[in-house]
Design a protein around this ligand. Structure first.
Ligand code: K1U
Ligand code: ZN
Length: 172
């Protein structure tokens, strides 16, 4: 089932999410809903707080090439266990901040550990867009948005645009 994506500013997007204890069928169904919502948007990632669920769960699939096989990843309790000194600049977007993009600098390579949908501990090294996206999604679990990396004036400008967008959407 496709879920509604919260738009910034929303207090639920600023909360630190709680770790997940057991991987239940209910949580697996939630992950499936998030993948459906992400692909429909379309997006390359989605974090549970973006649909109003304050659990440490993210999904991502950064395969963008036409005709290439999809690689949906479901990560419960993901954490960056190592990060490179080398950084990468990427023009990020966010499904909770539609049509706004800005350059963000992050570690280029990260090692991430997470629990998969079968309850097994997984780890992988991510580079390039995958590394950017997984860090952006983990930030969501700590109540952090990509605009929090920007200068206050730029952040304020984007926030005002989003407030206007929400007012317009509420009117129709
Ligand atoms: O977390 C989110 O809101 C999803 C976000 C992830 C992200 C994008 C760019 C850099 C870091 C993290 C998005 O998916 S925004 C949409 C987007 O980037 C995209 C959409 C369709 C095709 C390709 C990219
Ligand atoms: Zn986002």
């Amino acid at each position: 089932m496709k879920r509604a994506i919260l738009i910034h500013p929303d207090p639920r997007l600023k909360k630190v999410c709680a770790p997940v204890a057991d991987i239940s069928d209910e949580l697996r169904a939630l992950a499936d809903d998030m993948l459906e919502t992400m692909y429909d948007a379309p997006g390359i990632g989605l974090a549970a707080p973006q649909i109003g669920v304050l659990d440490r769960l993210i999904v991502l699939d950064c395969v963008k090439e036409e005709g290439a096989a999809a690689r949906p990843l479901v990560m419960f309790n993901p954490r960056v266990v190592a990060a490179s000194d080398e950084t990468n600049v990427y023009e990020e977007g966010c499904l909770s901040i539609p049509e706004q993009y800005a350059e963000v600098t992050r570690p280029k390579v990260v090692d991430v550990e997470w629990i998969d949908r079968d309850g097994k501990l997984q780890s992988e090294t991510f580079d390039g867009l995958w590394a950017t996206c997984v860090q952006h999604e983990i930030d969501h679990l700590d109540g952090k948005l990509f605009i929090d990396y920007l200068k206050p004036l730029k952040r304020q400008m984007i926030t005002r645009k989003m407030q206007k967008l929400k007012r317009e959407r509420a009117r129709v």
